[in-house]
Design a protein around this ligand. Structure first.
Ligand code: PHE
Length: 483
């Protein structure tokens, strides 16, 4: 039977190790940078309510499904899906879901690594006391000089990717597990120190009001899509990271209990990050700056904040170490599916597979890196077409105003992850037989029925409606029916 077989890549020492690794994957830049801003500006408490609904009605059943599939297949997502499809008499094309997952992971990691590189760079800058006494204009210009300097960006992007490759190449036990065992507790401690500092010294009331005051007037279809897309992104769902981690899990751990623990921890970290960041933002009256949200935000305002406050060098260094750790433990889970696949199908050694996968993603990351220096898709495509000898590629469409980074971010978080989510739900809820999933999840009857209802009906329908709604297709259908 499949489930008795161990993974060829190794296994976690126990369920705590898996919990740390999966939480390490889930807690990332999404929690520290995206969540606080998006929650505050998209309706506060009412956004958080929708987000929590998405986490538990869609995120939880899908996370359980991914871990379950991983543990049943015991291989990289591509081979897990291929194998399960074969054993259960389904079409071999399901392996493509694993292939697209791997590609999505590569796309996300390509820009994640660039931003992770910034976090590394800013740790060094903070520790060297560079921010002490800087004005707002000073730190903004520091950042723009940094972000428009391809050589610097390249060096840090490369360093971040090398760190990721190094951890992954050492394998499940000596690489991934060892890294999260030290890094995750460090992350927890640093976060608590920062929250205590912010709550003691800064404007907590306004921060609370901004983060939690419900404003239903701000809830639009796009906000709902944002909440759902973010639920996928923050839980690392829809692209195989959790599935591949699930394939290294021991047989006896409770998938449901672990998933709930991971989701609660991820949400707690996101909220704590909000409580560490916003009191400072309000104390220094930076709400105005906060509104223009982009990944550079934390790097533009925090050096100023840390430069002005007592013990700022220490707090600033801790803050950027926190960001670096969160980024690194997520990055390793983004590289792992491809590395496991290369080891299985190409017979490569782990270090070699990690190097190849890392290099490909590093190369793709150059696109996002250039995007952060200010280039749009139009600039890039024009350059390529000039290089190829065509001078007028005809790029009038406003779409080309987007940057390479914005395009990848939109495509992955708001489209590809939800669509893969629907397919994972169909595979585990409709195509695998009930007795198989019941045995694998080993839940009490009522809980199993809840899971199956959520994964068969609620999750796919909700994802589908939100996607239709956000693309305007639902309005169009409504008009069609009314005529
Ligand atoms: N969950 C991570 C975050 O919140 C991002 C991520 C997505 C990591 C997908 C792995 C896989 O930042």
């Amino acid at each position: 039977m499949i489930t008795d077989k161990g993974a060829i890549h190794g296994e976690w020492a126990g369920k705590y190790a898996f919990f740390l690794a999966a939480t390490g994957s889930a807690v990332g830049l999404g929690n520290l940078w995206k969540f606080p801003y998006v929650a505050g500006s998209s309706g506060g408490g009412s956004f958080i309510l929708i987000y929590l609904l998405c986490l538990f009605l869609i995120g939880l059943p899908l996370m359980m499904a991914e871990i379950m599939l991983g543990r049943m297949g015991r291989q990289s997502p591509v081979n897990t899906l291929r194998r399960l499809a074969k054993v259960h008499g389904l079409s071999g094309s399901w392996k493509w879901l694993g292939v697209t997952g791997m590609l999505i992971a590569g796309l996300i990691l390509s820009y994640y690594s660039v931003i992770g590189g910034w976090a590394f760079a800013y740790t060094v800058r903070a520790a060297s006391g560079l921010f002490t006494g800087q004005t707002m204009d000073g730190v903004v210009s520091l950042f723009s000089r940094f972000a428009s300097d391809p050589e610097h960006l390249l060096a840090w992007h490369t360093l971040f990717m090398l760190a990721t490759v190094m951890v992954v190449s050492r394998g499940v036990k000596n690489g991934l597990e060892l890294a999260v065992k030290w890094l995750m507790p460090a992350l927890g401690i640093i976060l608590i120190v920062l929250v205590v500092y912010a709550v003691k010294n800064a404007d907590v009331n306004n921060a609370f009001a901004f983060l939690f005051h419900p404003d239903f007037s701000k809830i639009t279809p796009d906000v709902v899509l944002t909440a759902m897309g973010h639920a996928f992104f923050t839980l690392s769902l829809g692209m195989g990271a959790i599935m591949v981690y699930g394939s290294y899990i021991g047989q006896r751990s409770s998938i449901c209990g672990l998933s709930i623990a991971i989701i609660l921890t991820d949400t707690l970290v996101a909220i704590l990050a909000g409580l560490a960041i916003f009191p400072l933002v309000f104390s220094f009256q930076l709400e105005g700056v906060m509104i223009q949200s982009d990944p550079g935000l934390l790097f533009r305002i925090f050096p100023y904040v840390f430069g002005q406050m007592p013990a700022g060098t220490l707090m600033g260094t801790l803050f950027f170490i926190l960001l670096s750790i969160a980024a690194l433990t997520s990055a390793i889970s983004l590289l792992e599916p491809a590395v496991a696949w290369l080891v299985e199908t190409r017979g490569m050694t782990r270090p070699r597979a990690s190097a190849w996968a890392g290099f490909s993603v590093w190369f793709l990351g150059l696109g996002s890196m250039l995007a952060f220096t200010g280039l749009t898709l139009r600039d890039m495509l024009t350059a390529v077409s000039v290089w190829l000898g065509h001078y007028d590629p005809g790029l009038e469409n406003r779409f080309y105003d987007l940057s390479f980074f914005a395009m990848i971010d939109y495509l992955t978080a708001k489209f590809l992850l939800p669509v893969s989510g629907i397919l994972i739900a169909i595979f585990s809820g409709w195509l695998l037989k009930a007795e198989v999933t019941r045995q694998e999840l080993s839940l009490p009857d009522w809980a199993y029925h809840c899971w199956r209802t959520l994964v068969r009906y609620v999750a796919p329908t909700a994802i589908f409606i939100v996607l239709l709604n956000a693309t305007g297709a639902l309005m169009w259908l409504g008009r069609l029916i009314n005529h």
